[in-house]
Design a protein around this ligand. Structure first.
Ligand code: CTP
Length: 366
């Protein structure tokens, strides 16, 4: 109804971006982006309840019947600076102008109110063939926003798509531009890559394009990154798990572990988790059934240890480990109330200071 209202006022309105791509791929949609030829002030006059959520970028939030819709005015490329998306944008009336500034053909599709697809760059064919291809000249797209190179490798992982040759070559050449991008934005794409269903595809492209050389703590780590390809073929379930795996693979401990995670500006919660779970994982790899390492952990961290070990290809069932632990003969000793007179009789010795020391040693051993 929102798009129809915009059209009734004489403007154009389309679904654009990831939501159109995901509908065509039969995947669940996260957020719906609507693009329009109406300028932000015009959008605001059409609806009684709006919020300026990013009006300088052309986005107005429309509140209607309990729902929220993000409506963005068609934009074109303005002067990009420092290889980042521009702070100032130029609004235009043409859908084509708006679509041609987008990153990849699969993200440059639009859908109108009737459900017709507007496909100016053969995005549908690329969707069918599983190809990530820059819109127009790849060099231009990546010069406009260098983060798009990370987006390419994360889409490869999420969608199981291949990066088209010229797009790939452009990334390889321009990968140093990633240095201009904030760690927070790189972080979002890197985690999406690792959590993607086809992470090996993404990791392989991440290494071959040399993007990894410009990510905190990952430069010169091609060997470690390639070793991630040998992980068991399970999905990594959470961002926390992925940091534990990385720290383990990088053999990080103590201060080195903290400083690696700080370079990525991670929360104290993630850092604390890694500090406990990474040693727990290493301990388990060295001691088959010993569960002593589990005791400093909380329940979530025990489960995390189990999940991470599974991905590292080590079978580890916490409940089985606990059972084995309880079966160890040492537990019987806890119930043995060995007294001083038992020892005197058994060892056939006179009492003396040795007795107290021996009793203490036995108690500690138990
Ligand atoms: N876009 C772009 N360049 C970027 C980021 C976004 O051209 N650096 C365009 C693409 O057309 C993209 C749309 O803006 O489809 C919306 O971007 P965003 O919501 O960040 O990503 P999605 O493609 O929707 O992917 P996701 O499903 O992960 O949200």
């Amino acid at each position: 109804p929102i798009m129809e209202q915009i059209e009734a006022a004489g403007y154009e309105a389309y679904f654009v971006g990831g939501s159109v791509r995901d509908v065509l791929l039969n995947k669940p949609i996260h957020d719906i982006d609507i693009a329009t030829s109406a300028f932000p002030e015009e959008v605001k006059t059409l609806f009684p309840h709006t919020v300026d959520i990013g009006i300088e970028h052309g986005t107005v939030l429309v509140l209607s019947e309990g729902n929220e819709y993000e409506i963005t005015t068609f934009r074109t490329e303005s002067d990009y600076q420092d290889y980042r998306r521009p702070d100032e944008v130029v609004f235009v009336r043409s859908l084509e102008e708006d679509l041609k500034r987008r990153d990849f053909t699969i993200n440059a599709l639009a859908m109108n109110t009737k459900g017709d697809i507007i496909d100016l760059f053969d995005g549908e064919a690329d969707l069918k063939a599983g190809i990530i291809r820059a819109v127009g000249l790849a060099h231009e797209r990546f010069n406009e926003d260098a983060l798009r190179m990370m987006r390419a490798v994360r889409f490869a992982s999420q969608l199981d798509f291949s990066i088209e040759e010229q797009t790939f070559e452009a990334i390889k050449e321009l990968s140093p531009l990633l240095q201009h991008i904030s760690v927070e934005r790189i972080h979002i794409e890197w985690i999406k890559l690792l959590l993607g269903k086809n992470r090996n595809k993404g990791i392989e492209a991440f290494v071959l394009t040399e993007l990894y050389q410009y990510c905190p703590g990952l430069n010169e780590q091609a060997g470690m990154l390639k070793s991630l390809i040998e992980l068991a073929p399970y999905e990594i379930e959470s961002e926390e798990d992925s940091w534990v795996i990385l720290c383990h693979k990088l053999s990080l401990k103590g201060q080195e572990l903290t400083s690696f995670l700080k370079k990525w500006k991670l929360s104290n919660k993630i850092i604390d988790n890694c500090k406990k779970v990474v040693p727990s994982v290493s301990f388990r790899l060295e001691h088959e059934w010993d569960t002593a390492h589990l005791y400093p952990l909380n329940e979530e961290q025990v489960l995390m240890t189990e999940r991470v070990l599974k991905i590292l290809n080590v079978s580890y069932d916490v409940s089985l480990a606990k059972k084995k632990y309880n079966e160890l003969p040492i537990h019987g000793l806890k119930d043995l109330a060995v007294t001083g007179s038992d020892l005197i009789a058994h060892l056939n010795q006179q009492p003396g200071p040795w007795l107290g020391r021996l009793l203490k040693t036995l108690e500690q051993a138990v």
